[in-house]
Structure formats: structure tokens, C-alpha cells
Design a protein around this ligand. Sequence first.
Ligand code: T4K
Length: 395
Amino acid sequence: MNKTNLAILGGRPAFAQSIPVGQLYFPSWARYEKAMRGIFDRQYYTNHGPLVQKLENSLQEFLGVKHVICVTNATIGLMMAADALELSGKVILPSFTFIASAQSLSWAGIEPVFCDVEPDTHQMAIEQLDALMDDDVSAIMGVNLWGGACNLGDLDLFAKENNIKLYFDSAHAFGCEVSAGKIAKFGSLEVFSFHATKILSATEGGSVCTNDDELAARLRNIRSSYGAGKPVPVVRTSNGRMSEAQAAIALMSLEDFSENRQNNEVLFNLYEKYLNKIPGISLIKPTGVTVSNYQYVVCEIDENKFGLSRDQLISALKAENVIARRYFYPGVHHTVGYENNKTSLPVTDQLCSTCIQLPIGAMVDEGKVEKICDLISQIQEMADSLTTHLNGRGA
Ligand code: T4K
């Protein structure tokens, strides 16, 4: 491509159709139709139907965990978790996460206490936890980010020493492994997201996983309005049911998981090869795991070296129909309900202004990765003239 043809300067977009961030798994129409016909034949849409039960059993086997409770989405899973764990007072969690991690606590009347993350890995900064502890803290919510994991061993030790609970928002970590096995069984419970952008998709969906029988019984009672399974005392119930249509997609996605993960790994390695050659952009590799799902391609932009800010790069890519994202922006400690929070989280604040996610998943192939990296390289080489152009537009 000729450099002067960049779309932001008036050229034709490099891609005719938008390339989004996210796994965006779509099974073949024939497979989808067959699954939906089954639902129509059985005339059963929702409430712990046969497909949800099959999915829960399959996931228990796949993940090596005793209980998988499928839910409408991870947000409701996290809200149910706060009740099932009987949390109170305060819970420590990183602010560098999706807004749902903290909002699930606010729904339960719990105060989120935000901690910073490690600059290199983006995972929770465990050495800062001591300073955040007081008698009101009842738990830590670890967040396993970007297909990597936080330091599970150190977190477990810290929680035990302080006699508080530990659980995980593992929305990004489905299918990831550490030396002790698959992510799913650590802490009291873990919550996965099966949103369409995740490697295991139910279109919307999620699950709560635990080895604790009593906790699982509480979760099943909270999930289903009037309760379900073994009756156990709970504070309140909700509607966190997963529908049969959601479970049907998730079962197909689970069947194709290995292939999709492998494909992501190939694409990730290709990104690494090309991006390494471009000044001012660094790829963050998933850490703390022996196997990653490579669900996200996360980079940091060093404006001084790249020549443009993260947001300017996003604008230039958007013009080419590459829909890069800025997860997470703004930092959760500056969002709904926490605007007056005075916590100083320098690493989180820095990452919220420099992190960019590039497309990976089913909508991307090797040729597209090469083309996206070529575009980024050209944008970087033309940074000076693009800055003049973008400043002129007020971007
Ligand atoms: N904890 C963490 C750490 C999380 O990251 C999340 C969610 C949660 C908890 C809560 O999980 P859920 O309650 O959502 O299960 C997305 C997702 O909505 C969200 O699941 C995810 N994390 C978050 C990081 O990103 P958006 O608003 O960026 O997604 P959306 O719908 O705009 O999709 C991304 C791109 O994909 C867009 O360019 C549009 C495109 N797209 C999307 C869908 C659904 C398509 O082309 N086709 C599609 O069908 O939040």
C-alpha cells in the first residue's frame, strides 16, 4: 500500500468490512439450524433444560472442577457469587478490569477497595495488599486478565494468613492452565464469561465454578427465582438462568475450543513477529499460565517513541475499518459510583491511557494480521504528518 493512501488521509479503507476485537465464534448455519431444531422439537426454551445440563456436565469434565453453574452472563455470576460467599464490608480487587467486577460488589452493598496492577503483566499487585487491609475486608477478588493469571499461590497464602475469602473473576481465562491444572478450581469459586467476544461463546453467558458442595447449592438456589436443587438458606434469589439457545451455541463452541485456541496462538505469534519491528508498540504476553487461550492481543503505546497517542492510533485504524479497543477505559475507580474515589493507582491510570487491543479470533486470519501490522507500521512512519492532520480535526 502507498503510504499516502491511509484512509485517515482520504484513501480507501484497507478493509471493506469492519474487523472487530473478540473471538466472535459463529458455527456453520447447518450446525446452528440442527441445534435450534432440537430446541423446537423439545419445545423447551429455558430453566435448566437438557442442553444447559449437558453443557454443565461437559464443562465439569473439561475443566476438572466439581460444580459448574451456568448463568446468563458473568456479571450476574459475580453478583450471585458475592451473596453465595456471604461477603460483607469491603472486598479488594484491581481497578484495571471491566466495570462489572466492581459493580457486582456495589449490587451486594459491598465497598470495593481498588488495588493497582503490575506494570509488566497487568495482573494484581499482590505486594500492595497489606496496605489495603483492615478489619472490614472480607475477601479478595482476583482478576485473571488477558488469557494470563495472577499469582494464584501468593494470593491464596495472603488470604489464608489474613483469614479472608478469595475468589476469581476469570472472565478472560477460559481454557487457560497453570501447573496445578486448568483455571476454574482456585479460591472458593471462579466466574467465567461466555460473551460473544470470549473464546467460549454462548452469545451472552457465563458460569460459576467451584469444588465446594455447599457453595454450589447456594449458587443454584440464588440462580433460579424460587430456588432449585438442594434447598439451602440464601439471602435473596435472582434470575441468572441460561437459556437453551445460549447453551446450544456454547456446546458447539466447546467442541471447537481446541481449534479456536490453536488458531489464536498462531495469530498471536504472528502479531508478535511483526509488531516487534515497530518502535513504540509493545505486545503484552500472557503471564502466569502454562497454556493461554490467546483471547486478547494487548499492546501498550509509548507515545514518545510511536509518535502518536493510543487514541490517535485507534482513530487511524478505525478509518481502515480495524476496530481496535481501549479496554479498560476509564479506570473502574473513576467510573459509576466511584467517581469520588481518591485512591492513587498510577500503573492503572497509565495503562488506561496507553493500552490498545487488536483483533484476534474467528474474524481474523494470517493475511489480516499481516495487513493490520503493516497498517500500524505505516501509521507509525507517518506519525508526524498524521499528528498535524489529527490536530487540525481536533482529534
Ligand atoms: N469481568 C471481566 C474482566 C470482563 O472483561 C467482563 C466482560 C466481565 C467481567 C463481565 O462479563 P459479561 O457480563 O459481559 O459476560 C465487551 C464485552 O461486552 C464484555 O463481555 C467484556 N468483558 C468486555 C471486556 O468487552 P464491549 O462493549 O467492548 O463489547 P461489544 O459488544 O461492543 O463487542 C466488541 C466488538 O465486537 C465490537 O466492535 C462489536 C463486535 N461484535 C460484537 C458482537 C457481540 C460483533 O461484530 N458481533 C457481535 O455479535 O464489551
